[in-house]
Write a protein that binds this ligand. Structure first.
Ligand code: ADP
Ligand code: ADP
Ligand code: ZN
Length: 217
């Protein structure tokens, strides 16, 4: 059982860490970014609305975001827990989440902040490539796909919002709107800050250690 929020700036490695943690804890990986991209790909009403904000590097409005998360948290697979990746990103989203959990008599176990300096984030986001078929995430320099294609054979693409200019915009949105959550979760006694520098395995060990300490307390 694990109810976890993975927090961090764009490109910090939230998705990369979430994949491993989801397997280890046997709980679903819930990424609002992935949900919005799926809606965009499906051409739904939600996708049309979300796309305007995503392309501009802005956050999708809180009410829209809270709506899809509430729906997702009502699915049966969440009974075993969840790993929220990229949600919440604002104080209203965080209090909306607290409210939704309270209504179901549930509590978060921890909020893990993956801490990475801005200069490194730009490199991670700009070099990110995603498989069109299976969604696996690679990096041209830090985690290069063998032979240039995904291990599943799928074509690798760059996200529209991973161009340098949009990444800068997303970074300032993070600093302005999301960073205040550090204080919010610290005051709830939930915040675990983890150094996100070094390779994915090193970061994974730090996350796992931090969670181990918090579980045994
Ligand atoms: P990254 O992890 O690189 O920051 P995501 O895949 O989490 O990117 O998000 C991509 C985009 O989707 C964001 O820039 C934003 O426009 C939108 N988005 C994702 N999650 C949220 C959220 N919790 N609140 C508002 N917008 C969101
Ligand atoms: P986020 O979900 O926080 O936006 P991702 O997990 O998609 O971040 O990682 C962003 C990019 O950085 C990807 O190309 C990924 O392969 C790469 N990456 C992830 N973790 C690390 C790490 N610890 N060191 C170097 N590159 C990393
Ligand atoms: Zn693939």
């Amino acid at each position: 059982m694990m109810r976890l929020v993975l927090m961090g700036p764009p490109g910090a490695g939230k998705g990369t860490q979430a994949v491993g943690l989801s397997r280890e804890y046997g709980v679903p990986h819930i990424s609002t970014g992935d949900m919005f991209r799926a809606a965009v790909a499906a051409g739904s009403q939600l996708g049309l609305e979300a796309r305007r904000y995503m392309d501009a590097g802005d956050l999708v409005p809180d009410e829209v975001t809270l709506g899809i998360v509430r729906e997702r948290l009502a699915q049966p697979d969440v009974a075993s827990g969840f790993i929220l990746d990229g949600f919440p990103r604002t104080i209203p989203q965080a209090s909306g989440l607290q409210e939704a959990l309270r209504d179901s008599n549930l509590q978060l176990d921890a909020v893990v902040l993956i801490d990475v300096p801005d200069a490194e984030l730009v490199k991670r986001a700009v070099g990110r490539r995603v498989c069109r078929e299976c969604g696996r995430v690679w990096h041209v320099e830090f985690n290069p796909p063998p032979g240039g294609a995904c291990s599943c054979g799928g074509e690798l693409i760059q996200r529209d919002d991973d161009r340098a200019e949009t990444v800068m915009k997303r970074l300032s949105a993070y600093h302005e709107q999301t960073e205040p959550l550090k204080g919010y979760y610290a005051s709830l006694g939930l915040l675990l800050s983890v150094d996100g520098m070094g390779g994915p395995e090193a970061v994974h060990r730090r996350v796992f250690d931090a969670l181990g300490r918090c579980n045994s307390r």
